[in-house]
Design a protein around this ligand. Structure first.
Ligand code: HAM
Length: 435
């Protein structure tokens, strides 16, 4: 039997309805904040991710799915790699949405000099070659937004406010959500801080794991997220970014917090929150659900240097993304069904000799926007009623010979069993009103 790839899922039934609901709620809420939807390609040139996310991140080094056409693969295997390929021939599946959106903004000049900010949102599949486990997949789905061209700390606060409101509309209680924030500094204060953390790791090298010692050179801040408890305990004494911020970053962070306080958003400050993507500057944030055991359900931050890394003019940016599968699990654990009820339908049942009348009744109901089912297997009337029940039909339209001869249909309410006869030319309007 053919099987799906490990760490991927089929979205159907209630699971699919839950994903669509996440997209619908996003469209309504983000639309009110002035965001338009964008879809970038699922494959991009590898460089788009390497420049943006960072060469030394786990996402780029270990988790990106590379894409080679069948025609190119033998050459790559033969030459032992892809280094001889042209940049446009080196492709990867997107592991996240920000780099692609920023690449598109540069390519289409979404934020012309002196122009208004670009506000974009997306709901799409992402791909990371991680070890599959609960809430960690190789193909997962994110809803996210990116606000390009706004440097004001009010934008940071509003992005966090819209994120928390999004979670509330999906069904979370504010009291269950744990928002953590931090500032990661910028190009004027971070290099010195990075160097201080690197030195701290090297000074404690005999107490830390090999990965962290490698991180000291590659990406020292990632040592704060080491899976090894002992390393994390050692890192508690490491220099804190909030003590190393330059004046501009400090004042930006203070203002973000003031706006969040004013909006009544509860948060915890964590100077070790560093996030796994290199493009962040200043504000970063993550949200977890108390006791859900699925890790962060969403996160994001400011990335004022990313447009330049993708070849554009210096343009500030900030955004977030949330993970559908983790949100679904977290809500399910609380007994909240994101999928909602199955849509109700109408079933058109008929005597075999009235098949033509059933065909045109079905057509008129569907044209009126009514979700309509009928029998296509030549079943008896009794079997058709059973099928209507199985499908959860709220109304059954019955077309027997007497009805058709009189130009009417019997409309039966499946819950109350009440029946009325309705002229066929008024059937669609009558049923649509009752659903
Ligand atoms: P991220 O924190 O890497 O950020 O991912 C955002 C969310 O995607 C996570 O909080 C989690 O819910 C979900 N997620 C990530 N990896 C997986 C996985 N393997 N399986 C299931 N769910 C996962 C970003 O991707 C940034 N682009 C967010 C952003 C937008 N920053 C600024 N703008």
């Amino acid at each position: 039997m053919a099987q799906r790839v490990q760490g991927t899922e089929d979205l159907y039934g209630g699971y699919m309805r839950a994903w669509q609901r996440m997209v619908d709620v996003a469209r309504e809420l983000f639309g009110a904040y002035g965001f338009d939807m964008i879809e970038t390609p699922a494959i991009e040139q590898v460089d788009t991710f390497v420049h943006g996310i960072g060469e030394s991140t786990d996402v780029v080094r270990k988790e990106m799915f590379r894409v080679f056409s069948g025609a190119l693969l033998p050459e790559v295997l033969e030459r032992g790699g892809e280094s001889h390929l042209k940049p446009r021939q080196r492709m990867a599946m997107r592991p996240e949405g920000t780099a692609g959106v920023v690449r598109a903004a540069v390519e289409h000049n979404f934020v012309p000099q002196g122009g208004a900010p670009a506000k974009l949102w997306y709901g799409e599949a992402m791909f990371r070659g991680e070890r599959p486990q609960k809430g960690r997949l190789r193909q997962f789905h994110q809803v996210g937004l990116e606000w390009l061209g706004a440097s004001d700390p009010a934008a940071d606060a509003e992005v966090i406010i819209v994120l928390m409101e999004y979670f509330r509309r999906l069904g979370f209680e504010s009291s269950q959500l744990h928002l953590t924030i931090n500032s990661m500094g910028d190009s004027s204060c971070r290099p010195a801080y990075r160097q201080a953390v690197r030195q701290f790791i090297l000074d404690h090298a005999d107490e830390m794991c090999d990965d962290c010692i490698e991180r000291a050179e590659l990406n020292p801040l990632r040592a704060f997220d080491c899976k090894n408890d002992h390393c994390r305990a050692v890192m508690e004494a490491a220099p804190k970014v909030t003590d190393a911020l330059c004046e501009d970053c400090r004042s930006h962070y203070e203002q973000v917090k003031r706006y969040l306080d004013e909006a009544g958003i509860a948060y915890t400050e964590d100077p070790t929150l560093v996030r796994g993507l290199d493009y962040y500057t200043r504000t970063v944030f993550e949200v977890e659900v108390e006791g859900s055991g699925v890790g962060a359900i969403g996160g994001g931050g400011r990335y004022d240097g990313l447009m330049e890394l993708e070849g554009g003019k210096p343009t500030p940016g900030i955004g977030f993304a949330v993970g559908f599968e983790r949100i679904y699990l977290a809500l399910q654990a609380q007994g909240i069904d994101l999928a909602g009820e199955e849509p109700g339908c109408v079933y058109v049942a008929c005597m075999p000799e009235q098949r033509a009348a059933a065909f045109s009744a079905t057509l008129s109901l569907r044209n009126a926007g009514v979700r309509t089912e009928a029998d296509y297997q030549g079943r008896s009337l009794k079997a058709q009623f059973k099928q209507a029940n199985r499908l959860g039909a709220r109304i059954c339209v019955v077309l027997g010979s007497d009805e058709v001869a009189a130009g009417v249909a019997t409309v039966r309410d499946m819950a109350s069993h009440e029946q009325v006869q309705v002229p066929l030319d008024q059937l669609a309007a009558f049923v649509a009103e009752r659903l």
